[in-house]
Design a protein around this ligand. Structure first.
Ligand code: MRU
Length: 349
């Protein structure tokens, strides 16, 4: 199975696939310090909630190697300052602060600065490895749900390159291919940054999955015309009650799924749950630069001075979600009860 990777830790070097260059150029770049990691996250060279978290964890661990102090008090203060800097790079994906918090927790009880520096690198590697395992499990659970289905729609890129490997929403397609199950995937192009057209189409082609691209506005027609049997998407943050933030346009698909009577699945690791918030209204929605909308390939497509609103994510109310597929298992409604028991139990184990 030829599943592309977006993050590599080689020796002491953090190497990422520059997703801004895809699909025309497959270029891996080395990120040397926290500033470069911060820039790569903001500019979407690395993107997708789990991949952002993993990259930020490496970025913080790399930066900590340069702290010139023998005092653990000072060391932890620098670490918190830098975690806050990386943590504000993108506001919606909770995996980012989740990963940075894990590093802070790993370093806190350590007595010596040299040991803490080592622990931070090790913790980033663990987060990276765990995500790969989580995605594989998500893929298995998703495959079981999609067993009798062939035509599936998705949006954005919740694939291998948005995670450590395999992806979340795209994991069943990669694993299915390996097992001889032929899906027909319909990918929404995902305006304005085209993660569907540039990334999902490319990624699925890499592993030989049958993928058909549509523009976002073709979703309703395509569900009817092509007999779409299910929709599966990723997530950037899931509240305690199951409300889910994901790429802008996801809510449209969820409503369509409800109208057409087909299942709408969210696939995400437990690191995407934010149990500190009660519902989707508390999820911060990132607004990005107007240039993403008014320009295509650097060329303006609108009259000058056109007013623009560019939210990068929307929130799908839990009532539209048939099931949430995690590495721990499949969570069904009632989400308020079942997320608390299934996710909290697994975190406490
Ligand atoms: O703005 P992006 O490209 O980072 O948005 C990505 C998504 O919305 C993904 O669906 C989500 O992060 C899940 S990735 C497994």
């Amino acid at each position: 199975m030829n599943v592309p990777l977006s993050i590599k830790w080689e020796g002491k070097r953090l190497i990422i696939l520059d997703q801004q260059k895809l699909p025309h150029e497959i270029i891996y770049i080395t990120l040397e310090n926290m500033k470069e990691v911060h820039d790569a996250i903001i500019t979407l060279k690395v993107r997708g909630a789990p991949a952002i978290g993993i990259t930020a964890a490496y970025g913080l661990a790399i930066e900590a190697q340069s702290y010139q102090t023998n005092s653990m008090i000072d060391f932890l203060e620098y670490l918190k300052r830098d975690a806050a800097y990386l943590g504000e790079s993108r506001p919606t994906a909770v995996n980012l602060v989740w990963a940075l918090d894990r590093l802070l927790k790993a370093a806190s009880p350590i007595d010596s600065v040299s040991d803490a520096k080592q622990i931070l690198i090790e913790e980033a590697i663990i987060i990276h490895k765990e995500d790969e395992e989580s995605c594989k499990s998500i893929g298995e659970f998703a495959l079981s749900l999609l067993e009798d289905k062939t035509k599936v729609m998705t949006i954005c890129n919740a694939g291998s390159i948005a995670t450590a490997k395999y992806g979340t929403a795209l994991a069943p397609f990669h694993l299915g291919k390996e097992r001889g199950k032929e899906f027909e995937v319909f990918a929404c192009e995902t305006r304005p940054v085209f993660q569907g057209a540039r990334l999902t189409a490319w990624e699925l082609q890499q592993s030989g999955v049958d993928v058909t691209l549509i523009t976002d506005s073709m979703a309703a027609h395509t569900i009817g015309a092509k007999g779409i049997e299910a929709i599966i998407v990723g997530a950037d943050r899931i509240a305690k009650n199951g409300d889910t933030a994901n790429k802008i346009g996801t809510l449209n698909l969820a409503i369509l799924a409800s109208v057409f009577g087909i299942p709408f699945y969210v696939a995400a690791p437990s690191s995407t749950f934010d149990l500190s918030i009660n519902n989707g209204e508390e999820i911060p929605i990132e607004e990005r630069k107007v240039e993403e909308i008014i320009n295509i390939n650097g060329k303006a497509i609108t009259p000058s001075n056109t007013k623009v609103f560019n939210p990068a994510f929307d929130v799908t109310p839990a009532k539209y979600i048939t099931a949430i597929i995690t590495e721990i298992g499949i969570i069904y409604p009632n989400y308020l009860e079942n997320i608390s028991t299934q996710i909290v139990d697994s975190i406490e184990k």
